[in-house]
Design a protein around this ligand. Structure first.
Ligand code: AMP
Length: 188
């Protein structure tokens, strides 16, 4: 089973993805985390992308495609991936489809965690004190939320038309959301 988890920054995607990974023995591919590690490790790529990420803009589709293909092509992850933060626009959704076809896989389920901008602002400020992410400043968080609405919402529509989408109310407690997600995955 491969799945995608969508939601604006601060929706709790990472937390829920970690929960699903443990419970269902999957692997998380968070493109944001992979990119932040490149920056932390001061790789050539990391140096190229740090100002883009810190300003809340998107890294190029080609860079992300290369990273994603490394995972999809690896047999260890075959049919066991949860995509967090990817695809983020329609071009990436098309690319993901092509990559999955190439390696004889597909998406089985798409989850969307739905939360308001007010909740996002509150959670991002809380996370800022814990994780100190450079892109968790309030104005950058608002920009990331708006970009999510503009670029990523059309991608969610794309999966809705394929009947793969389940929308989850992300304003509830972590446990309540865990339970709903487990029930949905259990039905697949
Ligand atoms: P995230 O951890 O998913 O919130 O991602 C943090 C940042 O990494 C984003 O604001 C982008 O700058 C970059 N990023 C992560 N995933 C992608 C992607 N699929 N396409 C382009 N940029 C991305």
């Amino acid at each position: 089973m491969n799945l995608i988890i969508f939601g604006p920054p601060g929706a709790g995607k990472g937390t829920q993805a970690d929960f699903i990974v443990n419970k269902f023995n999957l692997y998380k591919l968070s493109t944001g985390e992979v990119l932040r590690n490149e920056i932390k490790n001061k790789t050539e790529l990391g140096q190229k992308i740090s100002s883009i990420i810190n300003s809340g803009s998107f890294v190029s589709n080609d860079i992300v495609k290369e990273l994603v293909e490394l995972f999809i092509s690896n047999n260890k992850y075959k049919d066991r991936l949860i995509f967090d933060g990817y695809p983020r626009n329609l071009i990436q959704a098309k690319t993901l489809n092509e990559l999955l076809n190439k390696y004889d896989q597909k998406i089985d389920l798409v989850l969307k965690l739905s939360v308001s901008l007010e909740t996002v602002k509150k959670r991002i400020l809380e996370r800022q004190t814990l994780e100190k992410r450079a892109d968790d400043r309030e104005e950058i968080a608002i920009k990331r939320y708006k970009t999510y609405e503009k670029s990523t919402e059309p991608v969610i529509e794309f999966y809705k038309k394929l009947n793969l989408l389940k929308v989850i109310d992300g304003e509830r407690t972590i446990d309540q959301i865990n339970k709903e997600i487990s029930d949905i995955i259990g039905l697949i």
